[in-house]
Design a binder for this molecule. Structure first.
Ligand code: 6MZ
Length: 357
């Protein structure tokens, strides 16, 4: 959909499936619960936003336009990362292109269409039956954080509640005051009956002091919002930090790649859903190969997981392709059977956050 490119491991896994397996995966109702808006813009849409940006007055012939050109060129070529730290450097160029309410709305609409509209004219199956889109409210010269959320929410709410909802992301680099502003906005909108279902913690896993965010996570939970936290995404994530994040009683966890035994026991006892992003972990090199992926542990333990894409723009994957990785024979995939894949998809649907009553 929207000319999105699928490449690398994800594409190989897709190509390895028999037509009947592919047909089975396409019709399987899937929930995408971990997709970052600015990381999920289909490339052709990003290219159009770049053309608009470069031809508009907003682009003074400055380092800005150069950074945008270089950033978009890199995404066009296909991103190769040596380590996850390089991943976050991709975003300034993208952010320059979604800095007005109109451009942001265009991006949001394209991401929603990618996941929720039929993938091709000859089929009525969409990438996802249900999408919880997440995004970090940004203040720009053209909009406030409240205006940012409104612009995205208006696009989300073009779809019925059983198809789409919004998660407000807090970036670890935010000041506590900004984190509070975002949580307060999420709560206010939810109380007004708007489609905000949760709060997320994301961004550079080395940044920020999460002790300072504690009151806002508590507030969000008390207001009935779901809570999902990126946790232990890197090997040197401090175990105390993991324990601290778990003390906020998150409903779901992003990645959870490096949980120690104590954390695993807690997560297991609570049956906290793990959002699994296979291609993302392989490309960011936090997991060396599929054999070493933590999904195996959770599958073996019948623990709730949801299969997610994370950022289809740099990772060149798709939700269908992530499911193809589950099904493809090793070493390309995990070699799960159809009933096993069906059970995974069903678990994922059950991990959705609840809309306001
Ligand atoms: C941590 C990630 C991420 O919110 O501007 N983001 N944070 N780990 C990841 N795994 C690889 N992938 C994306 O979308 C882009 C932002 O999402 C977060 C980063 O903070 C990134 O800037 P939004 O729509």
């Amino acid at each position: 959909a929207h000319g999105h490119i699928i490449a690398g491991h994800a594409a190989e896994a897709l190509a390895s499936l028999a037509p009947a397996q592919l047909a089975f995966l396409k019709q399987l109702p899937k929930a995408e619960l971990h997709a970052h808006l600015n990381g999920s813009i289909p490339l052709p849409v990003l290219q159009q936003l770049a053309r608009d940006f470069l031809s508009s007055a907003a682009a003074t012939p400055s380092s800005d336009s150069e950074a945008v050109r270089a950033g978009v060129a890199r995404l066009q070529q296909g991103v190769v990362l040596n380590e996850i730290d390089e991943f976050f450097a991709l975003f300034p160029a993208i952010y320059a292109l979604t800095a007005t309410p109109a451009a942001l709305a265009t991006a949001a609409r394209a991401v929603l269409a990618h996941f929720l509209e039929p993938a091709s004219p000859d089929s009525d199956a969409s990438e996802a039956a249900y999408l919880e889109l997440r995004s970090t409210p940004r203040e720009t010269p053209a909009m406030s954080r409240a205006a940012y959320i409104e612009a995205v929410l208006a696009e989300v709410e073009r779809y019925p509640p059983e198809r789409a909802a919004l998660i407000v992301s807090l970036d670890r680099r935010m000041s506590p005051a900004v984190a509070e502003e975002c949580v307060d906005a999420a709560i206010r909108l939810r109380r007004a009956g708007r489609r905000v279902v949760g709060v997320d913690l994301c961004g550079d896993p080395r940044a920020g002091d999460m002790a300072l965010f504690a009151p806002y996570f508590k507030k969000a939970k008390a207001a009935g919002l779901g809570l999902t936290l990126h946790i232990a995404e890197i090997e040197d994530f401090p175990p105390e930090e993991t324990q601290r994040l778990l003390s906020f009683e998150p409903d779901r966890l992003g990645h959870a790649t490096f949980l120690d035994d104590a954390a695993k026991a807690l997560v297991h006892a609570r049956r906290t859903c793990i959002e699994i992003c296979l291609s993302s972990n392989l490309i960011c090199k936090t997991v060396p190969h599929l054999d070493a992926h933590h999904i195996r542990y959770y599958l073996q333990h019948g623990h709730p997981i949801n299969i997610c894409t994370d950022d289809i723009l740099p990772f060149r994957n798709s939700l269908l392709a992530e499911y193809a990785i589950l099904m493809a024979p090793p070493p390309l995939g995990l070699g799960l059977t159809e009933p096993e894949v069906e059970a995974v998809a069903k678990m994922g649907m059950e991990c959705r956050f609840r809309a306001a009553a």
